[in-house]
Design a protein around this ligand. Structure first.
Ligand SMILES: *Cc1c(COP(=O)(O)O)cnc(C)c1O
Length: 478
């Protein structure tokens, strides 16, 4: 597969190059030149094996990676998940695709369990012997999932940068006390956007990349700017759709809409790719929390980051600059000059305008509403959802507005990760986070997870965002 950059001035001839570069040389994001349809036979739907779905979807795009190797690595990546890798729970019209049964209990495990293995294949294909250096900005869940995914991978170092506040106790513990020898977690004095834009600068810093390379390290990203993050996520939309078909909930070919709690726009973009690859999806419901820049954009065509940034109870969505939106706009517009100028405006003024129809619904949810939704679902059905998932439920309700239609909801995190908020929402009598975690874990049948998280004696390392480059130098090259 060949890939072009959203900004039109950079191309690569192979998947392995796109995986290793992460970001294109012109600062844009890679998009596969050809998006093919993928079909599943009745027999495949009946058998419904997750890794086979992943293989078929991934190999339709990563068609130039060694198929046998790819199969083996997919098997290994998903062997860490439970047998029922992606349960779907139903409450009324809503079908919750529980994407949180991986090691760190957020949907990001699906992509980040596989990404290190894709990078390994890419390095072999390019005869690269240098060590891999993964730098990643996280709003909480990418960091832990990336550390878990890259843990024990030879010749690889990973450094994750997370904002000092806003993230939950479990998220912090998963990163700081991961016990992983090749991983470092550092707090950035600032928010997620600060961390993400500082890292983007490093990825654009060709001098620094050269310096690292001379010291024996190739730099890449585990953020969803990497095409290797996006593609594995497409597979779970196929799998979930056919699971509903297999269970007789929908007919094969019937259209269903999806609601996705959105931050960096990766997950919902994967849903959009699944439609381009042939899945019968009707509408895309992009759900935002109080940081509702995407809702405003979808409704008005104006993307304006000059606004207040809120720390909310769904912290993994506290983002104003959604990187993957650039890929979506590129696919919609088809004109790289236009994308180049939109991104230039964004850089220079913090704002751009795109006036064509986005073919997406955008709704947002205030913090109080988020808690009310959690409580309502719990009272109605005994089912406990996390804060991010609740934002998507609210958006789905606004979209439905009383209509009787089935919606697939991306349930992106386990409620245990955000136990304090959940306790507040459903009125549990707890006074500290550790106790809340214990209670919510019981309610969602996940006490096993608790045994793995160590919240004791956490030593936090905090640096200024201006010092990221120096920090990387010291860690890696000394
Ligand atoms: C990362 C994350 C999101 C946002 O997903 P994007 O792909 O960045 O839009 C939503 N919910 C949870 C729990 C997350 O960890």
């Amino acid at each position: 597969m060949k890939y072009y950059s959203t900004r039109g001035n950079s191309f690569v001839d192979s998947t392995s190059e796109a995986l290793l570069k992460g970001l294109a040389d012109d600062g844009g994001l890679f998009i596969p030149e050809e998006i093919r349809k993928v079909n599943f036979t009745d027999e495949e739907i009946e058998r419904l094996d997750y890794t086979e779905f992943v293989y078929k979807v991934i190999s339709a795009i990563f068609d130039d990676l060694d198929g046998e190797k790819l199969k083996i690595e997919i098997e290994k990546a998903y062997s860490k998940f439970p047998k029922d890798i992606l349960p779907i729970k139903n409450v009324g019209n809503l079908y919750f695709m529980e994407l949180f049964h991986g090691e760190t209990r957020a949907f990001k495990d699906f992509a980040l369990s596989l990404l290190p293995r894709l990078i390994k294949i890419a390095k072999e294909e390019n005869n690269i012997e240098e060590k891999t250096l993964i730098l990643t900005a996280t709003s909480g869940d990418t960091g832990s999932a990336a550390i878990s995914g890259f843990s024990g991978v030879d010749n690889t170092n990973i450094i994750v940068f997370y904002p000092t506040d806003g993230i939950s106790l479990i998220q912090r513990a998963q990163m700081i006390n991961s016990g992983s020898k090749n991983a470092t977690a550092v707090a950035i004095d600032g928010n997620f956007d600060d961390a993400q834009s500082a890292l983007k600068k490093i990825f654009n810093d060709l001098e620094f990349k050269k310096e690292l390379r001379e010291a024996g390290h190739i730099l890449t990203s585990a953020n969803s700017i990497n095409i290797g993050r996006l593609v594995p996520q497409i597979a779970y939309y196929f799998y979930s759709y056919y699971k509903l078909v297999k269970e007789g909930i929908i007919e094969n070919g019937e259209k269903i809409s999806v609601a996705v709690p959105t931050g960096n726009f990766g997950n919902i973009l994967a849903a959009y790719f699944s439609k381009l690859m042939g899945l019968s999806i009707e509408d895309f419901i992009c759900a935002s929390n109080k940081n509702n820049i995407l809702e405003d954009f979808i409704k008005t065509g104006v993307y304006d980051t000059n606004r207040e940034f809120y720390k909310t109870n769904s912290p993994s969505m506290d983002i104003l600059v959604s990187s993957n939106l650039e890929r979506y706009l590129s696919l919609k517009s088809g004109d790289s000059n236009e994308i180049y100028s939109l991104m230039k405006n964004l850089n220079e003024t913090g704002k751009f305008e795109y006036k064509n129809d986005l073919e997406m619904f955008g709704f947002s949810c205030e913090e109080e509403e988020t808690l009310k939704v959690i409580d309502k679902i719990y009272r109605k059905s005994g089912y406990v959802i996390d804060t991010h998932t609740a934002v998507a439920v609210k958006a789905a309700e606004k979209y439905l507005d009383g209509k009787d239609k089935k919606i697939l909801i991306a349930a992106t995190a386990s409620p245990v990760k955000f136990a304090m908020e959940i306790s507040k929402a459903i009125g549990l009598d707890v006074d500290d986070e550790a106790k809340a975690i214990e209670e919510v874990a019981k309610l969602s049948n996940d006490v096993e997870f608790l045994e793995k998280v160590n919240t004791d004696s956490m030593q936090e390392l905090v640096i200024d965002k201006e010092d990221i480059k120096e920090f990387v130098r010291e860690r890696i090259m000394c």
